[in-house]
Each structure stands twice: as structure tokens, then as C-alpha cells.
Design a protein around this ligand. Structure first.
Ligand SMILES: [Zn+2]
Length: 110
């Protein structure tokens, strides 16, 4: 199945495949500009996202381990929920630092 979904400026284009044991394999790309808050000055700024994703959606409880895929536990497969939680984790990234704070850090070091 083709997935093409945009939420808060973040676009997910991916392919999903249902495996015979009811899991979903999702591979594709996340890209866009998403508004996040700088961890230093707390000002909002746009962060550019461009990353490959490899998810495996499984029913909880999941006790396995997977080296190739990021595991997502979902009772019912819901791509919007997955995209929402990706946005949440991008917003909560402690490395969200705006350009002017980054420059300041750079000037301090040298
Ligand atoms: Zn800042």
C-alpha cells in the first residue's frame, strides 16, 4: 500500500506491506520543515527533516528484538498515529537548537 501523508509540515511517503503474521513493514521517507522549540532560548524555529524510515508495526505486547526496523507497537495499524508520534519525538529532541544559539556556542568555543 502506498502511503502519502502530511501533518504539521512533515510529509511521509512510504510503502507498507502486511506480513503473513499480521505485522506491517513500512519503508520510506520523512521530510519537511517542522516548527520546534529551541532548547536554549525557547524560541520556535523551523527544523528541516529528511530521513529514511524503516518501521515494523506489531501488536503489543512485543517481546522480540529487531536490528533492521524500529518497532512500533499498535493494537490497530494507524499511520496517522505513527506520524504524530514521530512529530512528537522530533519536537522533544534535546538537540533542537536554533541557528543563533548554535552560532553563540561556536563563538564560545573559539
Ligand atoms: Zn535558540
Amino acid at each position: 500500500m502506498e502511503i502519502n501523508k502530511t501533518l504539521e509540515g512533515l510529509n511521509l511517503t512510504a510503502q507498507s506491506i502486511k506480513t503473513k503474521n499480521g505485522e506491517y513493514i513500512i519503508t520510506g521517507k520523512l521530510n519537511g520543515d517542522i516548527e520546534v522549540e529551541c532548547v536554549k532560548c525557547l524560541k520556535p524555529f523551523k527544523k528541516h527533516i529528511d530521513e529514511d524510515i524503516k518501521f515494523k508495526v506489531v501488536k503489543p505486547p512485543y517481546e522480540g528484538f529487531d536490528q533492521e526496523y524500529d518497532i512500533i507497537e499498535q493494537e490497530k495499524f494507524d499511520i496517522e498515529e505513527i506520524l504524530k508520534s514521530e512529530i512528537e519525538s522530533i519536537k522533544n529532541d534535546f538537540l533542537n537548537i536554533c541557528e543563533s544559539c548554535e552560532k553563540e556556542e561556536f563563538n564560545k568555543e573559539f
